[in-house]
Design a binder for this molecule. Structure first.
Ligand code: IDP
Ligand code: MG
Length: 152
């Protein structure tokens, strides 16, 4: 039985700079995931270090922190049945060079260091990441009238 989940998505600075915000949101929206939180923000170094804590010490870590803090990011919370893995599927493989066509990274990017979008990798990561970017009051529970046309 599919579990109702929330997942954290970010349109990274390259996606914002390239004017791909609408394109990215539209792909999740059309898939059937429900938008429950969204804001444009400048990520601080502290937020970036917390968010990417699991990668500390890796060769790309410093570059990753400076990339994610280099321009605004669009932070998004999506909700739906199995939202975490569904969103990862819409996003595609980490390295756009091997991401499947039809995915965001496979259609819109070519390099791992400029892969446009972030998506949580587990429900636990989602909870942790949502808490870095959003107050509880910024997440909106709302009743989507089209729901029964999207999920049984
Ligand atoms: P994910 O974003 O698909 O979950 P992770 O392995 O969690 O991938 O890596 C986080 C982010 O770090 C990637 O999306 C990418 O922006 C960056 N990254 C990962 N590996 C590399 C690398 O080898 N070179 C440059 N950047 C990398
Ligand atoms: Mg990850």
């Amino acid at each position: 039985m599919a579990e109702l989940q929330r997942t954290f998505i970010a349109v990274k600075p390259d996606g914002v700079q390239r004017g791909l915000i609408g394109e990215v949101i539209s792909r999740f929206e059309r898939r059937g995931l429900k938008l429950v939180g969204m804001k444009l923000l400048q990520v601080t170094k502290e937020m970036a270090q917390t968010h990417y804590g699991e990668h500390k010490g890796k060769p790309f870590y410093e570059g990753l922190v400076s990339y994610i803090t280099s321009a605004p990011v669009l932070a998004i919370v999506l909700e739906g049945k199995d939202a975490v893995s569904l969103a990862r599927q819409v996003i595609g493989a980490t390295n756009p060079a091997s991401a499947a066509p039809g995915t965001i990274r496979g259609d819109l990017a070519i390099e791992i260091g400029r892969n446009i979008v972030h998506g949580s990798d587990s429900p636990e990561s989602a909870k942790r990441e949502i808490a870095i970017f959003f107050q509880d009051s910024e997440i909106i529970s709302w009743n989507r009238t089209a729901e029964s046309w999207i999920a049984e």
